[in-house]
Design a binder for this molecule. Structure first.
Ligand code: FES
Ligand SMILES: [Fe+2]
Length: 390
């Protein structure tokens, strides 16, 4: 390609636009191009609702946690009125980072020069000076932290950088109804495993949409009596959903109690939901797991899987032992297998002599994800051009 602009020529993606049986994968440069990464951040992650955690991570006023989405920091904090707020944890003075990781505070105090914000992000003090700042027309009300939209569903916290985006519940489509019986708001997260994987975020997102690889990469974990059979669940919303009766084998043979109120189909199998861009929800009879895959840089992706259970299950005397024996380790091993293949695929995509690949009939959701990506990126470029023209 002669210039950066060439990497956005629509003709380069004509093969991915074809129907599944005729289509080819995206070209490899899309997984290693800084221009594409920036376009995806602006066109996808800064436009869509992104799930970044659970409400029980911030139980009390002052509790907070911070995440990184493509270099954009977001802190979720519970304020004095017990409301959740999302803010950019970057000081309005000279940009020091205010909140890192997770913790609890009574006010947000900048480590650099002590500017202090309340738990809603309002600037309340500019201390440490021997006399007034002598800054003309300085109004603290105009120097609060940048607010980011936050809405919740089923105990999950979603944020959106786009003030024009539709409300979360509208955007989710049929998902709240599909997941209603699991009563997400009554669940508690008990364990999270997190990995930093040196691959582009799309490599991991596509792997999570790929049911074709399961019997090859993860075959040894499958119960022989229960073949891995995915049925597509048709529903409306920004997600793919499958149902299957496959369970990871339970070494102890003593399963935890089934979540109360599930339908017969819900008791007998697993619904796997992939909400765009990178949120996976696994609704199973005894536990709800969720996975997030957020890009930190072009070739570095933070992958986190969290297990949630009903309070009544967590209160069982043997809960910790059973969860530690049957639930956490197998899925963690499965993720480690995915991490390795993601590294290998990233390396393969970057080889200069690679020729483009074709899809199998089992990869409809990957083709549709790649087309969603193209739609979002090109729509954003069009918006930017229109704004420049005004
Ligand atoms: S950068 Fe925060 S007080 Fe100066
Ligand atoms: Fe996998």
């Amino acid at each position: 390609m002669e210039s950066n602009a060439d990497s956005f020529r629509e003709s380069l993606f004509a093969e991915t636009r074809r129907p599944l049986q005729e289509a080819s994968n995206l070209p490899g440069f899309v997984y290693s191009s800084p221009e594409w990464f920036e376009a995806e951040m602006r066109g996808i992650f800064f436009r869509e609702w992104n799930c970044i955690g659970r409400v029980e991570q911030v139980k009390n006023p002052g509790d907070y946690f911070t995440v990184d989405i493509g270099g954009e920091l977001v802190s979720v904090i519970r304020n004095e009125k017990n409301e959740l707020r999302a803010v950019l944890p970057v000081c309005r003075h000279r940009a020091a980072t205010l909140l890192k990781g997770a913790g609890s505070c009574r006010a947000i105090v900048c480590p650099y020069h002590g500017w202090t914000y309340d738990l809603s992000g309002r600037l309340v003090a500019t201390p440490g000076r021997h006399r007034p700042m002598e800054t003309i027309k300085f109004t603290p009300e105009e120097h609060g932290l940048v607010n980011i939209r936050l809405e919740t569903w089923g105990g999950f916290i979603f944020i959106n950088f786009d003030p024009e985006a539709p409300p979360l519940l509208t955007w989710l489509g049929d998902l709240p109804e599909l997941a209603r019986n699991y009563r997400g708001e009554d669940l508690q997260s008990t364990y999270t495993v997190e990995f930093m994987v040196d691959c582009n975020w799309k490599v991991y997102a596509e792997n999570s949409l790929d049911e074709y690889h399961v019997e090859f990469i993860h075959g040894k974990h499958m119960a022989p009596s229960n073949p891995y059979l995915m049925e597509v669940v048709s529903a409306s919303g920004p997600f793919d959903c499958w149902y299957n009766k496959y369970y990871l084998s339970a070494p102890s043979g003593v399963p935890l109690p089934v979540i109360e109120g599930l339908s017969d189909a819900q008791k007998a199998g697993v619904y796997q939901v992939h909400l765009r861009p990178t949120f996976e929800l696994i609704l199973s009879p005894t536990t709800v797991k969720y996975m997030t895959m957020y890009p930190e840089t072009l070739t570095r992706t933070r992958v986190a899987m969290t297990w949630c259970f009903p309070k009544s299950t967590i209160e069982l005397p043997n809960f910790k032992e059973l969860a530690a024996a049957d639930y956490y380790p197998t899925t963690t091993t499965v993720l480690e297998e995915d991490n390795q293949i993601a590294l290998d695929v990233q390396r393969g995509l970057a080889t200069r002599f690679r020729k483009i690949g074709r899809f199998s009939h089992r990869e409809a959701s990957i083709r549709s994800f790649e087309n969603y990506l193209l739609d979002m990126v090109f729509a954003e470029r069009k918006r930017q051009k229109q704004q420049k023209a005004v």
